[in-house]
Design a protein around this ligand. Structure first.
Ligand SMILES: CC(C)(COP(=O)(O)OP(=O)(O)OC[C@H]1O[C@@H](n2cnc3c(N)ncnc32)[C@H](O)[C@@H]1OP(=O)(O)O)[C@@H](O)C(=O)NCCC(=O)NCCS
Length: 206
């Protein structure tokens, strides 16, 4: 799901993206996955489909001083600040399960999360999954709002699912993603998202 008129683009996650993914992972999750988990997902899990969102016209800041010189000399994958977010799903029989969705905290609230989620749902449709599911912390109202907008409904609770604070997870699921109603709603959301992304600033607000 990409357009020339957006400041962002979405592409499949590559192993080179993992250091920048880990910067965001540690930033937004209290129990981050290790880099090894992403390496496994990309290289060995045939059921997984991962994407990253990038800023299109990214020009790296030229960091001054010794730190900048060392980074330029030796390269630092963590300096890939063009990577704004990522999401992934697992196809399990006829169920597409969103395994992760995260956006850099400086870039949240501009439609990047919705763009990634719409990409995952499109992939689920392409893979002929029957529906899409996920787990979300009961306290994560922002993510729940986004998921509900994309047709996910709370269908159950996993008690004490998150081991860091014993928080419960809501299990959320779409209806059948090939139903005319769901596809029509997705089309309408796509139009709204398109307008939102066209208007989205391509720079961080300082
Ligand atoms: C949850 C998360 C991925 C959302 O990403 P994001 O880029 O901030 O999300 P978006 O900008 O696309 O959507 C945010 C807002 O836009 C709204 N929105 C989404 N699609 C829209 C559309 N087509 N038109 C208008 N508004 C829309 C959302 O409902 C939401 O509303 P809010 O402003 O009240 O929060 C992000 O906050 C994040 O990384 N959080 C930490 C990690 C996490 O919690 N991940 C989810 C784990 S289950």
């Amino acid at each position: 799901m990409n357009s020339q008129d957006w400041p962002y683009l979405v592409e499949p996650m590559r192993p080179e993206d993992i250091p920048a993914v880990m910067v965001i992972e540690r930033m937004v999750y209290s129990r981050p996955w290790p880099a090894e988990a992403y390496r496994y997902e990309l290289a060995e899990n045939p059921k997984s489909h991962y994407y990253v969102a990038r800023l299109k016209d990214y020009r790296p800041r030229r960091e001054a001083g010794l730190k900048g010189a060392l980074k330029r000399a030796f390269g630092s994958a963590e300096s890939d600040e063009s990577l704004l977010g990522y999401g992934g799903l697992w196809l399990m029989v006829d169920e597409a399960h969103v395994s992760t969705l995260a956006v850099h905290s400086d870039w949240q609230g501009r439609g990047v999360g919705a763009l990634l989620l719409a990409t995952l749902i499109d992939k689920a449709v392409e893979l002929q999954a029957a529906f899409v599911t996920l787990e979300v912390r009961v306290s994560n109202l922002r993510a729940q709002t986004l998921y509900e907008r994309y047709g996910f409904r709370k269908v159950g609770v996993r008690r004490k699912y998150y081991s860091d604070n014993n928080e419960d997870a809501f299990i959320m699921s779409t209806e059948a993603i090939d139903s005319p109603g769901y596809l029509a709603n997705l089309e309408a959301l796509r139009a709204g998202l398109d307008a939102r992304l066209r208007a989205s600033p391509a720079r961080k607000e300082e």
